[in-house]
Design a protein around this ligand. Structure first.
Ligand code: FAD
Length: 291
């Protein structure tokens, strides 16, 4: 199991994808997502990340998918892990489980309390922030650790100076690299990176890009991430509101333009939020000349 931080240092620019475990009600077995991953693996990504449902709702599916990536496809799995609602002993068990299935890289997150979920104890008693989880994983010693970065601030902390301070705390706790929240305006990322560099942060920050494939997606994306929508993207969303095929095409073009600009300007990697759609991700990767 290779450490992602070593891969980032070795490569000029990394390529990675995010997938999520499908709901049991949608896909009873995991064969569909495994097929999607195989298509993504054809592009020889440097790693594939697997989201984790805060509170552990999809725990077994998330680890099955990470195991598939790590052992069946021979790519590198970056297993997301959230700490909200867990006790330290729960996290230690999950780390043992991840290690036993071959996972050597973890994206350490706080997560948000999912609607309708209660815990038999104070959800924050052992972990308040992601940095507390990062510290525990660092002490464990077996994993390379990634963390989340927010070019537009976080929905609960829009102050960029504080955001950078919280990022520094993650590094002090043991984070090796960062992946950003999605954004639709590269200028915001570049400004953020200026602040990151001025703060003396040298850990790699990989931008995360999501193609908007359906106009209806956008409301939820904005709710969850607080991402701002540039006028140009807004125009496309309005224009193609009821034309799904054209919207998908425009969404791919928009993301492609972002990726091309990021590559041109110099980034450590490109991380695509695939929404489990391999064809569209492949199109962006190929047209951007990444593979
Ligand atoms: P933190 O770094 O703990 O930040 C949480 C909030 O607290 C922020 O507002 C921050 O500014 C503030 N804060 C941090 N430290 C301090 C401090 N010392 N004092 C005061 N305030 C502080 N969610 C999932 O459920 N599953 C996933 O798989 C998942 N994957 C993600 C992947 C990426 C790349 C990103 C960017 C996000 C992902 N999320 C995921 C969402 C994430 O869980 C939420 O954004 C969550 O609200 C914050 O997580 P964090 O790890 O950044 O938390």
């Amino acid at each position: 199991g290779e450490r992602i931080i070593d891969v980032i240092h070795k490569k000029g620019i990394t390529l990675s994808f995010e997938v999520f475990p499908p709901k049991k009600s949608q896909d009873r077995d995991l064969s569909i997502i495994f097929g999607t991953i195989e298509k993504l693996v054809d592009l020889k990504p440097d790693f594939i990340s697997v989201t984790y449902g805060a509170g552990g709702g999809n725990k077994s599916r998330a680890s099955e998918i990470s195991q598939f990536i790590q052992t069946t496809t021979n790519s590198i799995a970056l297993a997301h892990l959230t700490c909200v609602g867990y006790l330290k002993k729960d996290i230690k068990e999950i780390l043992d489980k991840f290690y036993s299935i071959g996972v050597r890289n973890i994206l350490a997150l706080r997560g948000d309390i999912p609607a309708g979920v209660t815990f038999p104890h104070d959800a924050w008693q052992d972990f308040q922030y992601a940095k507390d989880l990062i510290q525990l994983i660092k002490e464990d010693g077996r994993f390379c650790i990634g963390a989340a970065a927010y070019p537009e601030g976080h929905v609960q902390c829009k102050d960029l100076k504080k955001t950078i301070k919280h990022m520094k705390a993650k590094i002090e706790a043991g984070a090796d690299f960062f992946i950003t929240q999605l954004f639709f305006e590269n200028e915001l990322f570049y400004k953020f990176m200026d602040m990151v560099e001025s703060a003396g942060i040298t850990a790699p920050v990989i931008p995360g890009i999501m193609p908007v494939l359906r106009a209806k997606q956008i409301k939820r994306i904005v709710e969850l991430t607080g991402a701002s929508i540039p006028v140009k993207l807004n125009r496309l969303l309005e224009k193609y509101e009821n034309k799904p095929e054209e919207m998908e095409k425009a969404g791919i073009e928009y993301a492609l333009a972002q990726v091309e600009d990021l590559i041109e300007t110099g980034v450590k990697g490109i991380h695509l939020y695939t929404m489990n759609k391999a064809r569209q991700a492949c199109e962006i990767v190929k047209k951007a000349g990444l593979r």
